[in-house]
Write a protein that binds this ligand. Structure first.
Ligand code: HEC
Length: 102
């Protein structure tokens, strides 16, 4: 019981520090973007089954709009929701990668 009482708040506070995505997690997200997102959007993000995600292609979309699309997907299309796999901070990091083309 005592162990549980200590472990639970510790786990809760570590998952709340997502605002800072660690360098290790950033590297994982970059690989995820290339492999998972890239399977539909192209390895170089120039499009495929999914639309192009180059900086030019998303220039007229707001960060918030892009983040919501990634979190919730586009119903009725193959674009799935990613909210079960990615936190909002991680999606924001992905939006910055797309924006910068890096
Ligand atoms: C199974 C295929 C598939 C995968 C995997 C996928 N997407 Fe998509 N995505 C799509 C399709 C198809 C669309 C276009 C939907 C439409 O017609 O509006 C789309 C649309 C988008 C859009 C909106 C682009 C725009 O200009 O409207 C964004 C942003 C996006 N995807 C990001 C991602 C990211 C980031 C990932 C990885 C976490 C990802 N997608 C993974 C298929 C996919």
């Amino acid at each position: 019981m005592v162990v549980l009482a200590i472990a639970v708040p510790a786990a809760a506070s570590s998952s709340q520090s997502d605002a800072d995505v660690s360098p290790e997690r950033m590297a994982e997200l970059r690989a995820f973007l290339t492999q998972d997102c890239g399977s539909c959007h192209g390895l170089t993000r120039k499009g495929g089954l999914g639309s192009p995600l180059t900086p030019e292609a998303i220039a007229d979309r707001s960060d918030e709009d892009l983040a919501l699309t990634i979190l919730h997907g586009v119903p009725g299309t193959p674009m799935p929701p990613w909210s079960a796999l990615l936190t909002e901070a991680e999606v924001d990091a992905i939006v910055r990668m797309l924006r910068n083309g890096d």
